[in-house]
Design a binder for this molecule. Structure first.
Ligand code: UDP
Ligand code: MG
Length: 318
């Protein structure tokens, strides 16, 4: 068996980090090839997610200079998850194992060695897990960890403190390819594939250039997308809430009747106002949640393509 490794790196407006990232990764790959851990035909593939800057031009230049670099150009910006998926699905026929990572190398590339070793020992999926977040700001740390906790509470089981830095074998990728959903949330779906899995711990560093393309707003959207595409727990929670309110209303009924017969019926304007607003708000919120799911169904029935590839640059010769 050959051990061809492909790195897949989604890039959105990353002209500032690409030169440094490509140099570091090239060194890492040459080292691994030299030590016969991976095959000569291993490649570094950058996925350009519709960048507005010179990212794609830089990728083309890298590819011309050294065939270890390849590129996938998406027809437009589709977001990190789709760009990653596009990369994985495109390279899976060429590689025996694929590692996905971010362009800013916040995820320590030293972990690649360990991931490859685990693959060679027969592991199909190796998750990169952040051992600490010392380099992240307090705000980023709090929002990011809150993100994982909320996801799990809502029924979307993900690996804690694991983003999309992971190794997948070819057969794991073939498993992933069978999940045909349009709203694919990788971190939730990958653990469903099964096979032998393992984790590798690493320290998360700082972004060395450029700025984060994942502000809080996008992270919240990702969390909602993740939850609604993985589980129906929120709907079940609404049912539970409805049941609870029904029980309360029986209490209220008895209370009102008692008040009526005592003859003190005028008081209670405040209670009435409060409950009208509270129940109204709850109903709207519940409708919204149910609507989210209906929206998902609508999008799924359309079965639109998750990405469109404009160009794939890859030199497969030795
Ligand atoms: N990214 C992408 N498309 C987008 C937004 C981000 O491909 O629409 C890529 C980005 O280039 C980077 C990765 O997703 O390689 C993670 O983004 P970033 O480092 O900005 O997120 P953070 O580390 O701050 O959470
Ligand atoms: Mg980053």
């Amino acid at each position: 068996m050959e051990n061809v490794l492909y790195l897949v790196i989604p890039c959105y407006n990353e002209e500032e980090v690409l030169p440094e990232t490509s140099t570091r990764l090239q060194k890492k790959m040459t080292d691994l090839i030299g030590r016969k851990k991976i095959d000569q035909k291993s490649r570094i593939i950058f996925v350009n997610d519709g960048s507005k800057d010179k990212t794609w031009k830089l990728i083309e230049e890298l590819h011309q200079k050294d065939k270890i670099f390849g590129g996938i150009n998406l027809s437009r910006n589709r977001g990190h998850q789709n760009a990653l998926l596009a990369g994985l699905m495109t390279v899976k026929e060429h590689a025996d194992m694929v590692i996905s990572m971010d362009a800013d190398l916040q995820d320590d590339i030293k972990a690649i060695d360990e991931m490859v070793d685990k693959y060679l020992d027969g592991t199909d999926i190796v998750y990169g897990v952040r051992s600490s977040r010392q380099k992240d700001t307090f705000f980023k740390k709090a929002t990011a960890e809150g993100f994982y906790k909320m996801m799990n509470a809502m029924g979307a089981n993900t690996v804690f403190n694991h983003a999309d830095y992971r190794l997948m074998s070819r057969r794991a990728l073939e498993g992933l390819a069978q999940y045909g959903e349009v709203n694919l949330f990788l971190r939730g779906v990958v653990p469903m594939i099964g096979y032998n899995t393992d984790v590798v711990y690493y320290e998360r560093g700082e972004r060395f250039a450029g700025e984060s393309k994942y502000p809080v707003g996008k992270m919240l959207t990702l969390a909602v997308e993740g939850v609604t595409s993985l589980s129906t727990k929120p709907i079940r929670m609404i049912t539970g809430l409805g049941f609870f309110i029904f029980i309360v209303s029986i209490g209220m009924l008895i209370y009102s009747l008692v008040r009526h017969f005592i003859g003190a019926t005028i008081v209670g304007w405040t209670t009435l106002m409060v409950s009208v607003w509270a129940i109204g708000g709850l109903i709207l919120l519940s409708l919204g949640v149910v609507g989210e799911y209906i929206g998902k169904i609508y999008l799924e029935t359309k079965a639109r393509p998750r990405f469109i590839i404009e160009q794939f640059l890859n030199d497969e010769k030795e």
